[in-house]
Design a protein around this ligand. Structure first.
Ligand code: ADE
Ligand code: ZN
Length: 338
């Protein structure tokens, strides 16, 4: 009988919650800083890793924005994305939906075209060379104003053929989803997919707002939905996927111990979580490390793992025939892995 970790590790899988800037490993950060002649406030890779000790989301975000500030050129965004994709391939990711934060770059004077161009070029190469399909989701930084998000939306117009959806990230508390109603309505009218971080640190009311005011199709994190039974029922009835990120939850003190991670409670409540790495360079692991952390800490069953893997594809924005093919591939893997 295959142990659960081997079952999860070797399974073909989808990742639906990955900030490309959060996959920036310190080694590559130093290399790009050197070639761009930018100073990092750290002396070594070890110094950087030692700084990755957070007690909440904001402490992480402060260092995350600092890290991405060395990215200047199209090639930098290509290299960043390609590094993630090769690492994801090693974890048997066959489909990934990637967030990027254009405002974290354009406010430093980087051209929008270089950000989206470099990321998309790597995604194209991943399809050809690694067999990984992808979608690209542009996030608005919620600590900035809606006017700034609208300006970013305008800037994105010439590149919309490369962008599949919009999302909402950064500092959650104090920045409710309703603040971004207009820009999400525009993205919806343009036929883009809609997601938002909600209920990571913010209250259940932010998840309600994301559903009712932004019309999201997936909830990123959603942990705090469990505090509101009417909300749990709504999410379960509508079959909305929750893109859950266990190591992120631990590193950002959303949970105090992996043994208290709510993944099993979510599954038992009829919710539809999948497993993701969020910002793997900062949180200590890629998607398989996240499965391993859960399996080591919680009494998950083989069925639980299978459901989590299936939810990744079912919750994805793949078109229906690609989705059916990926689910078939997963089902064959499960059948042949006794
Ligand atoms: N940006 C990158 N990672 C994030 C997270 N976990 N929550 C909110 N914004 C983010
Ligand atoms: Zn996230």
């Amino acid at each position: 009988m295959t142990d659960l970790n081997t079952l999860a590790a070797n399974a073909p899988k989808a990742e639906l919650h990955l900030h490309i800037e959060g996959s920036f490993e310190p080694e590559l950060m130093f290399e790009i800083a050197r070639r761009n002649d930018v100073n990092l406030p750290f002396k070594s890779v070890e110094d950087i890793r030692a700084a990755y000790d957070f007690s909440n989301l904001q402490e992480f975000l402060d260092i995350y924005y600092q890290g991405m500030s060395v990215l200047l050129l199209e090639q930098d965004f290509y290299d960043l994305t390609w590094a993630y994709l090769t690492r994801a391939a090693a974890d048997h990711v066959i489909h990934t939906e990637i967030f990027f934060d254009p405002q974290g770059h354009t406010e430093r004077g980087v051209a929008f075209a270089d950000v989206v161009g470099g990321i998309s070029r790597a995604l194209g190469d991943a399809k050809d060379k690694l067999g990984i399909s992808s979608k690209l989701i542009m996030c608005f930084l919620r600590h900035l104003s809606e006017e700034e998000a609208l300006a970013t939306w305008d800037e994105a117009q010439p590149h919309l053929s490369l962008i599949d959806g919009v999302g909402l990230d950064s500092s959650e508390v104090g920045h409710p989803p309703s603040k971004f109603k207009k820009v999400f309505a525009k993205a919806r009218a343009a036929g883009l997919h809609l997601v938002a971080h909600a209920g990571e640190e913010g209250p259940p009311s932010y998840i309600w707002e994301a559903l009712d005011d932004l019309c999201i199709e997936r909830v990123d994190h959603g942990n705090r939905a469990l505090e509101d039974q009417a909300l749990v029922k709504r999410l379960a009835d509508e079959g909305l996927c929750l893109t859950v990120c266990p190591l992120s939850n631990l590193k950002l003190c959303v949970i105090d111990d992996m043994k208290n991670h709510p993944i099993k409670v979510m599954l038992d409540a009829g919710l539809k979580p999948n497993i993701n790495s969020d910002d793997p360079s900062y949180f200590g692991g890629y998607v398989n490390d996240n499965f391993l952390a859960l399996i080591n800490a919680l009494p998950l069953s083989r069925t639980d793992i299978e459901v989590l893997l299936r939810n990744g594809f079912e919750g994805s924005f793949m078109d229906e025939s690609d989705k059916a093919e990926a689910l078939h591939r997963l089902q064959n893997y499960i059948k042949n892995t006794g």
